[in-house]
Each structure stands twice: as C-alpha cells, then as structure tokens.
Design a protein around this ligand. Sequence first.
Ligand code: NI
Ligand code: MN
Length: 238
Amino acid sequence: MPELTYLGHSAFSIACSKGTVLIDPFLDGNPKASIKAKDAKADVILVTHAHGDHLGDAISIAKRTGATIVGTFELANYCADKGAKVMDGHFGGTMALPMGRAKLFPAIHSSCTDDGVYLGQAASFVLEADGARMYHAGDTALFGDMRLIGEEFDLDVAMLPIGGHYTMGIEDAVRAVKMLRPVVVVPMHYSTFPPIEVDPQMFKRLVEKETRTECVVLKPGESLAVEGIGHQERREVA
Ligand code: NI
Ligand code: MN
C-alpha cells in the first residue's frame, strides 16, 4: 500500500507494493531535508523540472540505486547525458512504471538547470499505484486546467506548493484544491527559505473551512498511509 513520506521542500518518497517512487529529491542542499541523498531508496524518480530544488540529487541517486528518472523529453535527455537511466514522456502521456503509472501534465513554471541549461516546460504528475491516485503539482501558478485533472482522477492526495513568491501561495492553493478536489491535500514548497516562509496551519484552516478536503501538514520525515483514505464516500457528497 502506498505510504507517502515527506522529505522536506517538494521531496516525497512513496513506498508502493512494487517499489519506491521518489519525487523531486532535493536533499543534500535542503536545510529541511529529513534524509541525505546517500540514504535515499528509489526504483523510480519523478522529476517535475530542472530547478536545483527539484532535480536536486536525482542524478546521483539514480546512478547509485539504478532507479529510472522519469520526466519530460528534455529533462530526461539531460539526465541520460549525465549517466542516469531515464524514461522520457510528455504532457498528456501516461507512462507505465513497475509500481503503476504516471501521467504527465503541465505546470505553469519554467525549467532550467543550475548551470543554465533550459529544459522546456515544467511538469506535474498524477501517479497511480496500488489503487491510489496522487497528484504532485511541482512548482506552479494556479491554472484553470487543474479542473480537468480533478475531473479525470478521483484524487486521494494532492501535493501542492503554498509558499508563494515562486509558485502559488496559500490563497491560490486553496482555489487549486477546489478544482482538484482531492480527499487529502499535503502542502509543500514553503518555509525552506525566507521568501517562501508561510504558516501551513493558515492553509489548513482555509482548506477545511472552504472545501471538503482534509489538509494534512506533514513535517519532514512524517508519513501518511494513502490506502484506505476512502475517497468515494467523500466525493459523493461533494
Ligand atoms: Ni522551480
Ligand atoms: Mn522550486
């Protein structure tokens, strides 16, 4: 059953019955990371975009573990050139993974490496594994097509940036919850650095006042069991 562990910033580890998915593993340079890159386990590494706080340690972890980096065509090719095993895809496409599948969607953001290589558009993902559907928004502004993602998937969990400055902030993230309609929302991309310092409890209060979604604020290192969230009942009354 999927167990979602927050590793700090936008990094998550999802332990599924058929392997572990790591998302945006920015660990060694991350003051909030709960683990070091050398201790990360992965079979698949989903990377939303090439900014250093997302691509992070993906390449070194992929080389050490043999995990496959999954991302857009441009990002995957960049990682392959650095010696990682990759699977490339693009928006609207669904990729088969050992533990399930991932569908790639756009994010309203850019994507360039720390050394200035532009790698196209930033992405977000819906990961389906063990019957659970999990959306990781990457870095993004609010965009109306989140409604389409919410229509297509009965999301169990959405991981949304709330820190503002580089991404949507709390108020726009609440609007995103209204379009995505997940059973649970987990905030991310906040309070790692001074410009994105916000209070996640304020987000939780607004989400739970204005929507039927539950907000689970995870501290780095804390986990959430995704199976058994029981989204069906929730959505019938929504
Ligand atoms: Ni970014
Ligand atoms: Mn970022």
